[in-house]
Structures are given as structure tokens and as C-alpha cells.
Design a protein around this ligand. Structure first.
Ligand code: NOJ
Length: 761
């Protein structure tokens, strides 16, 4: 039987109540700190066919129990189980922003494959990942879950995540259905305040915020989640033009559109709906298929249909998409295909999974400074390991690791001891609390069980610093592990002050004064303001939140068993006042003289050497333990005809004494045209590993499609066009250190292909 035949037959046998039941997505007594509502009576509703999907079920036995109940409903329609598997399920990988920093889609794909394997072994069919919200505002806490500021890097990340999660096909028992979120522009909230709306031109929407969604759809993502935000005044759960119009009609997406948590009910808070019935009707008609948690579809839609205010065909359409998802996931063939897969324990946290998580740490760490060079450490002598995150298990996973178990995590102290062995004496002192304010600490502990992420020590801050300084004085080197608590970034965790907490800054100053070389490792879910630490430290490295294998992975990097090969997927701000910040903004009319004159995107009062768009630590920046020399950038032609291709090559040589990797980046700058384009736009990158003295010709190929930009005058308009003229092609190790060639590129007179994604799962 084909999918269509099966769905036609089933739909014909369903009552209106049963169809609406399929649109109801709940979490059974799940508790969340940010959404006050949870569902009750879940078991009875499942048996009655009033629930179609469930998320956040915490054990395989409970998943099985719910599926048994669903099979007692009249039509025996299986449930679909979902979970937030954001950067690993039980084996936790570095945060999404860290994985973006790897500039390595193959690594991202592998971590997603492991996550899918582990999640499916726990009975999960669909995961609420990847989050592909481009973000240029580090005040927004959810930048931790985002692939950063750049649409091209984010697109590569989105495709790799979908490929890894969905594997060989979502009918496979070890695959899960991906869910691209949060559609769309949730990463551009006003003032960086979580849940706030975004306002932007159609072209900006299409050029910056939509590309990763389109890449994820092209990779076959089976579902999309609506954002909590408004866009140009319309809440996304009510955004008919973007959901029904752009996503379904123009981009031909035939998968599932999932509401976010109580997002349907929130239409009342947004004041686009008066009543629950208004909210349900508006969301359904806009294109939302699954109502998450608010249960307004089941509560109101039947009466709305009977009263003639909702067309039954809209209910049928949404129900068909839910059933199609279950069909494609193989659930009608075998409702237990993931539940029965294997003894789940055998698939979780395997040695291979841990090995990959450990490798990912080195790939995601971004080294910002290495004077001396002090890193890598010799691995002998006396090391003072200081800081509130140096011996911590609870924070290492970062935000959105709902199945993380702190007991699985390797702390930095234990990891260092294991990797360095007995030749290194490690002296430890906490040095300070993550934060000293008990009210803030209570908020940061909001998701924790008995083990808290922030504990405030009985000793005074002064006493703790004295102890740390005493430990530091006798050491050959000091490694300070400082940063945020895991929930300092994440949902509902926007910040206005992006420096390290004051107590930590005092600790670092005291350690500097103590004498020995100082290595500062920063754990964070967002780009922090770090120029003072960069001045203070001999070496400064961002380790993000590294996950389960934090200790081993970071020790590998510190001792030099591996090298830090991450690059900034975001520009590091100098001050909160310059936010939003990104390298790829349009130029201004008044280019002041200075180092970055040609890439100027606006004036603010910053000290010399810093620029609005990340002068000191620009996008793409990161050091290696070795050094690289770039040869002259060449192209295979100086003019390109319509429909043509351009080959760009640069020789790269490792001129240091260690094997190492660099991320070679290619940016373009558009010629003069009717619209002002960004000063630079990333179009290609390649992570290249070379032995000492080894040289490689790094080759990229560009087509006209790479040059195209949106011509949209309305938000549903997918038109794009590439400008003819003198294109500059820049190549180098980051968005500032670039060498260029100019090419006369004649593009076709007709708009370049819209490249609409087929969007089939
Ligand atoms: C709210 C978040 O915005 C979303 O990303 C998540 O998937 C849902 N809650 C479910 O936990």
C-alpha cells in the first residue's frame, strides 16, 4: 500500500475528534522553568485517542507504557515520541555554538548521528533540533544553541545536523526526524531579550535568517517548529504568510509544522487572539499542525468546525501531515521499532561515543591568545588549577542537555590528572564562586536536581582568592577555568552585562599578580567581552561548554595531545553598547581612516585597535599551535561569463613545528549595484590539516548562485539575483586578515535560480 492509499483509508475512518486528537502534542507532567503549563491526565487522553504525540518522557519503560495505551485507542494509531536532543542525548557534545566553531560539517554530522542513535534507542522518533537561528546579539541567551552570526556557516551546520539525525532515512530504527527551529528570525529579538519580536526587511529575512532553514529543508528535514517571536508584528504561530505562504507554498515543504511550548495559547498574550478558540483557529489556519502543550486544538476546534468557523479540510490537512510523519517514521509498520531496538543501555555513552565527544572538544576550542607560547603545557612540574569551573561536573554540559547526567561527566581536574599522568602535580583551589549573588544563584540553579550548578561557598570571597594565590605562587603555570554557569546562557537567560562576573575578574587579577604564566580557559554559552582577560592572560581560550568528555578533551588541548582548532562563529564584542555585532553588515557612507577602513560598518567610540565589527577577535578568528603561511590567491580566470564557474586557489603552508589545522575562509564583496551589500560575505571554508613544512593548494569553486542575494519586496518572495560587475574574492584565516583578487563576473540577465527546496522527508 502506498503512503497516499494508507492515509486516505485511515482518514476516511476517523471521527473529527480523533483527527483533532492527532494534532495534540503534550508533555506528561514535565516540568519546565520557563513554561508554567504542563499537561495532566495524559494516560487517559492517550487511550481515548485525544493525544497524537508526546515529548519529554524520561524512560524507555514509560515510552513503552504510553505506546501500549495508544494501541488501545479505537484506531490503534501509534504515538510519536519527541525530545529536545540539542547537542547529544546521553553523550553530551559541545554546545551548538561550539560545534559551529569547529567549521567542520563532517564532525557535526557525526555528533548528530550519535545523538540520533542514542535517542532512538530510548524510543524517541523526533528531536527538536537543529536550532538554526542566526544570531548577532550575544545578549540573547539562546545564542548558545545557535550556529552563530553567519548564514553560510549556519546553513552548512543545518544541513549536517539534518543529515546526521535522519541518517539513511527516517524510517530506519536508528534515525530520528529532525525539526528545524525556530521559524523564523527568533534569533533577532529586540534588545536581545528572549521572546521579543523581530522587525526586518524582506531581503534581510531572506539573506540572513532563512538560508539555514532552506539548507535544512534541502537536506530533507521532516519538521519545522514555529518561533515564540513576532516578525514585523505578527506572531509566528499566526504568521499565515510565512507558514502557509512561504514555507508550504513557495518552498513546497510537506512535512510537519510544530508549535513551540504553549505558543498557540500565547497568541492571546500577543493580543492577536481574544479567546482560546480564536488562538487555535488562527494557528491552524496559519499552518501550525501540532499544538504543543496548550491543548487548545482539542479543547476548541471541534466546536469551531461545527459552527462553520474552521474548515474541516484544514483539520484534515494537518492530521494528514501528522499521520504522514508517523508513516514515514515507520510507526504504522511497527509502533515499537525504536522502543524495541536494543537494550538501550548498550547504545548509550559507548566508548566510541565518548571518543567522539572528546575529539569534538579540541575541534571546538578557540584559542585567542598564546604569548610565549605558553601552550601547550609541558605536562610536567607543578600546575595550579584554579577557578569555579575547574572541578565541576554539573555545568560542563551547558544548557539544553535534558538527559545529561552529571555523574557521567569528566571534570577538568580529573581529566588533566588522567591525561598528564604522575609527572604533573596538580594543586587545586576554587578561587571564587561562579557568582556571589544568592538570588542570581537560585535562578541559575533552576533546572538542577540535588546537584546545583552554582554553590556559594561558606568562605568569604577574599579568603578564597588568598587560597588560590597561595596555590598559584608555588606553581610553574596557572590554569584558571572561569566563565558562566550553564543556565547563564540558554532560554530566558538574556544578559545585559557580558563580562565575566566581578568575583571571577578579581580572581584573575590576583592570579596575574601572583607571578607564574597564566592560562585562562573560558566556559561560556555566548561570546563574552574578553579584552581585559586577553590583556591579562598569557594564553586565553574559549572552551564553550564542552560536554561529557570536558576533562579529557580539554586536557588533550592543554597538554598538546590535540590542538585547539575552533574558530569564532561570532564576532567577540568589545562592549555591550556596540551590539548587535557582525562582520557582514553593509558599509557606511563615511569610511573613517584606519586599519579596517574598507570593511567599516559604522562608527562608535571604541579605543584604537578595536572596531565596531570585531577588530581584535573577528569572525573566523582562532590560533593554532603551529603557524601557517598563505601564498598568493589566484583564480583560474579574471572574467566569468553568465552561468560560468570560478576556481579560486591559495597555497597554504605549515611553517611551524607541529602538525596543525587552519580554517581557510573565502569571502566575497559585491560590486556596485542597486542595493548596498555587506562588506564581506562568507561563501566557502575548508579545515585543512598539515604536517610541519607541508604545503597544500586549497581549491574552492564558486558559481553564480553563490553571488545571488534576495530581491524580495515582500516576505514570501523568494526571488534572488546576482549582480554583474567587479567582484572581490577574499581568502584568509579570518574575516580581517584577507588577501583578494578582483574578477569581472558577468551574471545572467535573468534572476538566478530561486533554488527552492523540495523539502521532502
Ligand atoms: C521551548 C523551546 O523554545 C523549544 O526550543 C523547545 O524545543 C520546546 N520548549 C520543548 O522543550
Amino acid at each position: 500500500m502506498t503512503e497516499t492509499e494508507f492515509l486516505d483509508d485511515l482518514l476516511a475512518r476517523m471521527t473529527l475528534a480523533e483527527k483533532i486528537g492527532q494534532l495534540n502534542l503534550v508533555t506528561p507532567g514535565g516540568d519546565t522553568a520557563t513554561g508554567a503549563v504542563v499537561n495532566t491526565g495524559v494516560a487517559d487522553k492517550v487511550r481515548a485517542g485525544r493525544i497524537g504525540s508526546v515529548f519529554g518522557v524520561k524512560s524507555l519503560a514509560a515510552v513503552r507504557g504510553f505506546q501500549d495505551l495508544a494501541l488501545q485507542s479505537r484506531l490503534r494509531i501509534p504515538l510519536m515520541f519527541a525530545e529536545d536532543v540539542i547537542h547529544g542525548h546521553r553523550t553530551i557534545f559541545p554546545l551548538p555554538i561550539a560545534l559551529a566553531a569547529a567549521f567542520d560539517p563532517a564532525l557535526v554530522r557525526r555528533t548528530a548521528r550519535v545523538a540520533a542513535d542514542e535517542a532512538s534507542a530510548c524510543g524517541i522518533d523526533q528531536v527538536y533540533a537543529p536550532m538554526v537561528d542566526v544570531c548577532r546579539d550575544p545578549r540573547w541567551g539562546r545564542i548558545a544553541e545557535s550556529p552563530g552570526e553567519d548564514p553560510y556557516l549556519a546553513s552548512r551546520y543545518a544541513a549536517a545536523m539534518v543529515e546526521g539525525l535522519q541518517g539513511e532515512g527516517i524510517d530506519r530504527p536508528d534515525s530520528v526526524m529532525a525539526c528545524l527551529k525556530h521559524f523564523v528570525a527568533y534569533g533577532a529579538p529586540l534588545g536581545g531579550r528572549d521572546y521579543a519580536g523581530a522587525d526586518m526587511s524582506p531581503a534581510r529575512l531572506h539573506d540572513v535568517y532563512l538560508p539555514p532553514f532552506r539548507a535544512g529543508l534541502a537536506a530533507g528535514a521532516g519538521s519545522v517548529m514555529a518561533g515564540f517571536n513576532t516578525l514585523n508584528g505578527v506572531p509566528m504561530h499566526a504568521h499565515r504568510r510565512l507558514l502557509a505562504g512561504l514555507l508550504r507554498e513557495r518552498l513546497r515543504f510537506d512535512g510537519l509544522v510544530v508549535a513551540d511550548y504553549t505558543g498557540v495559547a500565547e497568541l492571546m498574550a500577543h493580543r492577536v487572539a481574544e479567546t482560546g478558540a480564536d488562538a487555535a483557529r488562527t494557528a491552524l489556519e496559519a499552518g501550525v499542525d501540532l499544538d504543543m502543550v496548550s491543548e487548545l486544538f482539542v479543547a476548541t476546534l471541534a466546536a469551531e468546525v461545527r459552527a462553520g468557523r474552521v474548515a474541516e479540510a484544514d483539520v484534515d490537512g494537518a492530521c494528514r501531515r501528522v499521520l504522514a510523519a508517523k508513516w514515514r517514521l515507520g510507526l504504522f509498520a511497527d509502533p515499537f521499532r525504536r522502543i524495541d531496538r536494543a537494550p538501550a543501555g548498550d547504545r548509550l555513552l559507548t566508548r566510541a561515543n565518548r571518543r567522539l565527544a572528546r575529539k569534538a572538544v579540541a575541534e571546538t576550542c578557540v584559542l585567542l591568545k598564546n604569548a610565549g607560547p605558553v601552550l601547550p603545557l609541558s605536562g610536567r612540574g607543578v600546575l595550579a588549577l584554579v577557578g569555579p569551573l575547574a572541578d565541576d561536573r554539573v555545568n560542563m554540559s551547558g544548557t539544553w542537555a535534558v538527559n545529561n547526567r552529571p555523574a557521567d561527566v569528566v571534570p577538568i581536574r580529573a581529566g588533566l590528572a588522567a591525561v598528564a599522568g604522575p609527572g604533573l602535580a596538580i594543586r587545586h583551589a576554587k578561587g571564587c564562586n561562579i557568582v556571589d549573588d544568592p538570588v542570581l544563584a537560585a535562578r541559575l540553579n533552576v533546572h538542577d536536581g540535588h546537584e546545583k550548578s552554582v554553590t556559594i561557598d561558606d568562605r568569604t570571597p577574599e579568603r578564597m582568592i588568598e587560597e588560590a594565590v597561595a596555590v598559584a605562587r608555588g606553581a610553574d603555570v596557572v590554569v584558571a577555568v572561569v566563565g558562566e554557569a550553564k543556565e547563564y546562557s540558554g532560554e530566558s537567560s538574556s544578559r545585559v552585562d557580558l563580562r565575566l562576573p566581578a568575583g571571577q575578574r578579581r580572581l584573575l587579577e590576583a592570579l596575574r599578580a601572583a607571578g607564574p604564566p597564566l592560562v585562562v580557559v573560558v566556559m561560556t554559552g555566548r561570546p563574552l567581552i574578553l579584552h581585559e582577560e586577553a590583556a591579562l592572560a598569557d594564553a586565553l581560550m574559549i572552551a564553550w561548554f564542552p560536554g561529557t568528555e570536558a576533562g579529557h578533551g580539554l586536557a588533550d588541548v592543554l597538554i598538546g595531545e590535540a590542538e585547539p582548532s575552533g574558530r569564532l562563529p561570532v564576532s567577540l564584542p568589545f562592549h555591550e553598547g556596540q551590539i548587535p555585532v557582525a562582520y557582514a553588515e553593509p558599509p557606511t557612507g563615511r569610511p573613517f581612516r584606519g586599519r579596517f577602513e574598507k570593511f567599516r560598518t559604522g562608527y562608535v567610540d571604541m579605543p584604537d585597535g578595536f572596531s565596531h565589527d570585531g577588530g581584535v577577535h573577528p569572525f573566523g578568528f582562532g590560533l593554532s599551535y603551529t603557524r601557517f603561511a598563505y601564498g598568493t590567491v589566484r583564480t583560474d580566470r579574471l572574467s566569468v561569463s553568465p552561468g560560468g564557474r570560478l576556481r579560486v586557489e591559495v597555497p597554504l603552508r605549515n611553517v611551524g613545528s607541529r602538525t596543525g589545522s587552519d580554517v581557510v575562509q573565502l569571502y566575497v564583496q559585491a560590486p556596485a549595484g542597486p542595493v548596498s551589500r555587506p562588506v564581506l560575505e562568507l561563501k566557502r571554508f575548508a579545515k585543512v590539516t598539515l604536517r610541519p613544512e607541508e604545503e597544500r593548494l586549497v581549491v574552492f569553486e564558486l558559481t553564480e548562485d553563490d553571488l545571488a542575494a534576495s530581491t524580495a519586496e515582500t516576505i514570501e518572495d523568494t526571488g534572488r539575483r546576482a549582480q554583474s560587475g567587479l567582484w572581490r574574492i577574499y581568502v584568509g584565516p579570518n574575516a580581517r586578515a584577507l588577501d583578494s583578487v578582483t574578477v569581472d563576473w558577468r551574471t545572467g540577465p535573468a534572476p538566478a535560480l530561486p533554488a527552492d527546496a523540495p523539502g521532502r522527508s
